[in-house]
Design a protein around this ligand. Sequence first.
Ligand SMILES: [Zn+2]
Length: 199
Amino acid sequence: MLEELKEEVCAANLVLQQAGLVGLVVLTWGNASGIDRDQGLVAIKPSGVPYEELTAAQIVLVDLEGNIVEGELQPSSDTPSHLVLYQELQDIGGVAHTHSTYAAAWAQACRSIPCYGTTHADYFRGPVPVTRPLEPEMVQGSYERETGWAIVRAVANKSRQEFPGILVAQHGPFTWGESASEAVRNSIILEQVARMAAA
Ligand SMILES: [Zn+2]
């Protein structure tokens, strides 16, 4: 079911690893997903599978409520965040999340990334936004869903094209795009922007 989408999401996850944003040093942190809007199904990386072993057949299909529709494994623990984004940001087709070093460093410091030059300006129309820190009761509740809502609140009035990603305070970056592969590409760009701004 949705074999093409699963292949694309698998390949996008592997690009995250090849780009050095996840895997190896940082274990299995990070994930990418894509949605089929017609069927309302999301394809996402399974939880805990090392990138070097990941195959398209392992990609899990869930509905927008998080019910597993197809797949032997549990979906990524970050799935609730992805689902809130797909529900609330109707114009996105893919989501990526990493703990890439520089972007996560800005996120942990709860600092938006200022626009210092053209590389940044080519992709983000202004500072890379950062969410408000989650309240303690949100952290203790459904942290992943609350993370999704914090993102939605922060980007509600912003163009998805002009702001293809965000920093979640005290956590790390989330990016999006028309597809899983575009979301991953934006994760790579955001990490580079974060690295250049830190220099
Ligand atoms: Zn994370």
